[in-house]
Design a protein around this ligand. Structure first.
Ligand code: UGA
Length: 446
């Protein structure tokens, strides 16, 4: 192998997944994080969040001595490559907070001061266009007292992995995008990925820092806008008798120019990426003199979407005061325990504001939910218990486990069989035929 020793700065969802996948392929991976508690847990083989197959990958990496987590950045001085994968959260005004990225670049720079290594520094964190060139490279040069190009190299290499599919997406990406002003650096990183992916090597884009950085934002903005678009059509369909957005989405999805993915209407998009990245793109556009109206509209459409669940519940039950509402699904999407910007949060707050009593269940996110809602709501220990004596059930996240729930189960467990399908998981005609008062996003009145 060409590049053998790799440091990953920032062991969050992106960094840790990269680290264990590289270790699986035989690289020696050092993981740095400032959080000593996280580092200790990882060294003990404990995963800090839920992601399919992550525990197995971490256990194998530790067992084969291919992964070491540490709070000591000096371990980087002998590495061939350093990934920056720290968080880039939103500031209160929606702009991006680049302070962790800058700090990571400075830390790496200091470790390179006395190093003989010609290190490749690769920016994985999502950063606004211009960050690698104008912030990261100068910070590395200042702190290392060495020169980019001659003594070390910088590449921008955004990631496109999805939570819940993170390992699969890392091992089988649709494409690789590498940006730099240093062709040799691009070549070096491409070589690593050619080794990593072997025969499955995906299409590659070699480009400028700025194009790579903007591609990442554009990707998320496009997908989020696609979802907001179908949610807008859902709003129209709900007011047209016998209309159903699901069939309309199927109809347009078969057009090869549109495609069927990301056309599932629902209660809106959440997570740690879409909300933050679209806000950052709108703010950046404003700063550089462009009004990104379309993206801003995708954001405002999405902000209204969760309230639809509360509205549908009110339409079905009248006043929600003292009504028992079961909320199934809390994480921002299935197969994760992540509740960042999850639509379940405004839904539950909306129900509580109406005086409802709320009981929730999620296969993975109950611990997260307790931190957010404390004793303001009840926590069930399973879906069936959650439905017990409920006047209405809101399905907020489409976990596969919930798909298995039969109409009879809702009828048997609930006080009133009112089901609001916020993710279009169930067949409306089947549920209605069974006697359920069934409402759903994008479903017109009968
Ligand atoms: C997203 C992108 O899909 C990844 O490519 C990207 O790497 C990642 O952000 C990131 O920037 O790190 P992720 O946030 O894990 O990935 O989740 P998605 O699967 O994209 O879903 C985002 C939200 O959209 C979820 O709340 C989901 O429920 C919602 N969604 C998605 C819909 O409401 N309808 C759809 O048809 C698809």
């Amino acid at each position: 192998m060409g590049l053998e020793r790799i440091t990953v700065f920032g062991l969050g969802r992106v960094g840790l997944i990269m680290a264990v996948c590289l270790a699986k392929r035989g690289y020696e991976v050092l993981g740095f994080d400032v959080d000593s508690n996280l580092v200790e847990r990882l060294q003990d083989g404990e995963t800090p969040f839920y992601e399919p197959n992550l525990s197995e990958y971490l256990a194998a990496a530790l067992q084969k001595n291919r992964f070491t987590a540490t709070t000591d950045p000096s371990i980087n001085s002998r590495s061939d490559l350093a990934y920056i994968s720290v968080g880039t959260p939103s500031l209160a005004d929606g702009t991006i907070d680049l302070s962790y990225v800058e700090e990571a670049a400075k830390t790496i720079g200091r470790t390179l001061r006395d190093s003989r290594q010609h290190q490749l520094v690769v920016v994985k964190s999502t950063v606004t266009p211009g960050t690698a060139r104008n912030l990261i490279k100068p910070a590395l040069e200042r702190e290392s007292k060495r020169s980019a190009g001659t003594d070390f190299a910088v590449c921008s290499n955004p990631e496109f992995l999805r939570e819940g599919n993170a390992i699969h997406d890392t091992e089988f990406p649709d494409r690789i995008v590498i940006g730099s002003d240093d062709p040799a650096a691009i070549e070096k990183l491409e070589k690593l990925y050619r080794e990593f992916h072997g025969a499955q090597f995906p299409p590659i884009i070699r480009t400028s820092f700025e194009n790579a950085e903007l591609t990442k934002y554009t990707n998320n903005a496009f997908l989020a806008t696609k979802v907001s678009f179908i949610n807008c059509i859902a709003g129209i369909a709900e007011r047209i008798p016998h209309a159903d957005v699901k069939t309309v989405a199927e109809g347009i999805g078969l057009d090869g120019r549109i495609g069927s993915k990301f056309l599932n209407a629902g209660l809106g998009w959440g997570g740690s990426c879409f909300p933050k990245d679209l806000s950052a793109l709108v703010s950046l556009s404003k700063k550089i003199g462009y009004d990104a109206e379309l993206i801003a509209a995708a954001v405002s459409t999405n902000r209204k979407q969760p309230h639809k669940a509360v509205e549908l519940a009110k339409q079905a039950l009248g006043s929600l005061a003292e009504k028992q509402i079961a909320v199934l699904g809390l994480s921002f999407k299935p197969e994760t325990d992540d509740m960042r910007e999850a639509v379940s949060i405004p839904i539950i707050n909306g129900l509580l504001a109406e005086g409802a009593k709320v009981t929730v269940w999620d296969p993975e996110a109950i611990v997260e939910a307790r931190q957010i809602f404390g004793d303001r709501i009840e926590y069930a220990t399973g879906a069936l218990e959650c439905l017990e004596q409920a006047d209405c059930c809101i399905l907020a996240t489409e976990w596969v486990q919930f798909k298995k729930l039969r109409p009879e189960t809702f009828i048997e467990k609930m006080r009133e069989p009112v089901v609001i399908d916020g993710r279009r998981l169930y067949d409306p005609s089947e549920f209605r035929a069974a006697g359920i008062r069934f409402r759903a996003v994008g479903l017109g009145p009968d």
